[in-house]
Design a protein around this ligand. Structure first.
Ligand SMILES: [Fe+2]
Ligand SMILES: [Fe+2]
Length: 168
């Protein structure tokens, strides 16, 4: 039997992953409005990934015999000054997620809830990849700042990105 605190923590994280999807959708909309279809596609795929993360929590909560509670989502940030700004804000958000996953893991460790500890390991690895991904794109964008050809090539590259859920 999981503690109420741990169930609440898992539930909050599910909702935060839905919020992250929402937030990436706002970034995609900004890129679309600026006619950067590749960057827009990147964020649309990212939003799908976050929804997939949320559903992992949803399914896990169900499997524990608990009930997921779907909450209202806060309005995400809709204002960006550039593509780089969107990626920088994305990295800040991913760092926030990492903090939350670590906190949740601490709770599970304290409660010796091994199934939950194991479940959260996937997210710990995922966050390393997410932070690394955004960090490297930010570095690239900074390097090609005044090179519009390279910028459009990156936009084109991202138009090919698609959502592939990782095997369990
Ligand atoms: Fe996520
Ligand atoms: Fe993420």
């Amino acid at each position: 039997m999981l503690s109420d605190e741990l169930v609440k923590g898992l539930n909050d994280q599910m909702n935060y992953e839905f919020y992250a999807a929402h937030s990436y959708l706002a970034m995609a909309a900004y890129c679309s409005a600026e006619s950067y279809d590749g960057f827009a596609n990147f964020f649309l795929v990212q939003a799908e990934e976050e929804r997939f993360h949320a559903m992992k929590f949803y399914n896990f909560i169900n499997a524990l015999g608990e009930r997921a509670k779907i909450q209202a989502l806060p309005e995400p940030n809709n204002s960006f000054s550039s593509i780089l700004d969107a990626y920088e804000k994305a990295l800040v958000q991913e760092k926030e997620v990492t903090k939350k996953i670590y906190h949740l893991s601490d709770l599970a460790l304290d409660a010796r809830e091994h199934a939950t500890i194991n479940f959260l390991k996937w997210f710990i690895d995922e966050q390393v990849e997410e932070e690394d991904l955004f960090d490297s794109i930010i570095q690239k964008l900074k390097r090609i700042e005044n090179d519009s050809n390279a910028f459009f090539m990156l936009d084109d590259e991202f138009s090919k990105r698609s959502f592939t859920p990782e095997a369990e």
